[in-house]
Ligand binder design. Sequence first.
Ligand SMILES: C[S@@+](CC[C@H](N)C(=O)[O-])C[C@H]1O[C@@H](n2cnc3c(N)ncnc32)[C@H](O)[C@@H]1O
Length: 435
Amino acid sequence: MNNLQLELFDEIVEKTNKKKTDTSSTFLDNMKLPIHRWFRYSAGFSAEWVESVITSHLKDYHKAEINVFDPFTGSGTVLLASDNLGVNSMGVEAHPFVSKITNAKLQWNTDVEKFYNFAKKLLERAKMENGSTEGYPDLIYKCYPPESLQQLDAIVRVLKEGDDNSPEHKLSWVALVSILRACAPVGTASWQYVLPNKTKAKMANPFEAYEKQINIMAYDMRHMQSKNVMPKAQFFQEDARECPSIPSNSVDLVITSPPYANNYDYADATRLEMSFFGEVSGWGDLREKVSQFLVRSCTQHVSKYKDYTFEILKDDVLKPIYGEILDVCQRLDEERVNHGGKKNYHTMIATYFLDLAKVWIQLRRVCKDGSNVCFVIGDSAPYGIYVPVDKWLGDLAIAAGFKEYSFEKTRDRNVKWKNRKHEVPLKEGRLWVKG
Ligand SMILES: C[S@@+](CC[C@H](N)C(=O)[O-])C[C@H]1O[C@@H](n2cnc3c(N)ncnc32)[C@H](O)[C@@H]1O
């Protein structure tokens, strides 16, 4: 890395330090932004913050020269922010349903009239249909009253009949996805789990909500198209531990947020939507259709590796942190017997870092010399045993061939809640790695 690149890196860190927006690691602000707001992905981060990082990086480059990459694309925040700035980008996401949403959002350059007429005609036909309430999984009956389900069913039937894989169809599909929560009188917990027993006062009428949504989408598309930028993002539904579609030595800047080692279940986050579309009907399906493709960050998905936990730790790629991770996993294994759930956190931690070590190896392959990497991460303390996520991820990055790392804290976690499970202070922030 030459001096100019080192200075540029320091400048990026300094500038984003100054901004210090506490909401940079949340999706909340994106709900005001065109296209981003088509799906509320609570696992996402702020598009404005992403744009500020890209813009700082652009200072010494021509736009056409820079290539941004997000190995955990989620709902497409980094790709859309890059499109908005006219910058090349690539993204990888392994969750099939989330990938479909992202793919649809990336069709923003579709002819607006064509999309609007397609979706409007679809809605008019749905209004003439006799929607059925039969054949849905139990969760759907718990979430929707029959009259709402009938309307939603009519829309989905017409959608399925007219599936021609066109951009207009993809956009019309995501319009339906984006109204599903608003049309259910049930609550959604923070982190998107559906709570069928918690009822909301307000619930949208599906036909009205769909019409409103296609109007919002047409407005957003017009807005984005008026900027005179071309859609440049390339998106692949694949595994960040391998990213076969990303060419070696092609990336200048990585901005991403991997799953945290905190038991959040990304498969469960889209359970309502996937159940509605008939893609899953229970937990087993979620595992088969989603979880098996993801980084192992949940105890629910690692029980089959339990007996191999300490073998997994011996994998060569974990060598740089072996002593520390072994100690933490042994303590977690001892501690679990004192808790009712006897959760396999020790296995989750072992498999999580093995997966992330593989991601670093791929990132080293795809990143150019002199590139910059930013991981938005949070640490964790299962059963009150602290896991130094920033240090271990940094050490694994260096072992994969990156040059140096630093951690920038953006907020404290687990310091206020009365009902917290333990009192270990936690933090969220950005791991900056130099390539
Ligand atoms: C914290 S979220 C990223 C959200 C994203 N920054 C956004 O704004 O929408 C992490 C994402 O990583 C995805 N993921 C998990 N394991 C993966 C893997 N092995 N390869 C690619 N993506 C994966 C999850 O499905 C999830 O969407």
